[in-house]
Design a protein. Structure first.
Length: 147
């Protein structure tokens, strides 16, 4: 990729992140939650931090998580309920096979996973590599009923 194309991509991704950030920061009803339909959410990881705050998603929305790992170590994104996270927290899987909402991201790599938020409720996203949740690599996802 040449330099101009790279700058264009960076600007494009920046605009996308701003759009998502705006949607998250508003509060209240389903109108400020992501969705409905298919929504792409860019997730950056740097210094073992997700650049993503709490998410609000409308029930029934299919989210494409595009995860960019800018660290020199492995990370992962796991989306799910308490049971899913308990299993990962006590598990020993270093890499995840393709499971919706679960993806490993090698150093400097970019990976994606899809997750359909089919029921209203509270979910969590996290990285379960040893010590990463304790360091802060987790966040909440509120799935709100669609209007
Ligand atoms: Cu991690």
């Amino acid at each position: 990729m040449n330099r101009i194309a790279r700058i264009g991509l960076a600007v494009g991704l920046g605009a996308l992140v701003v759009t998502v950030g705006y949607a998250i920061e508003a509060s209240g009803s389903e109108h400020d939650a992501l969705g409905p339909g298919v929504v792409r959410v860019e997730v950056g990881i740097e210094n073992s931090r997700f650049d993503l705050g709490p998410l609000r998603v409308q029930e029934g929305t299919l989210v494409e998580f595009v995860v960019q790992n800018d660290d020199p170590i492995d990370h992962e994104l796991v989306v799910g309920d308490e049971d899913v996270h308990r299993r990962h927290a006590s598990g020993t899987e270093r890499r995840h096979p393709p499971v919706p909402g679960e993806v490993s991201v090698a150093p400097g790599d970019r990976a994606l996973t899809f997750y359909e938020f089919s029921e209203a409720g509270s979910l969590v996203y996290a990285c379960h590599l040893p010590g990463h949740v304790a360091y802060g690599m987790q966040g909440t996802i509120q799935v709100v009923p669609s209007g």
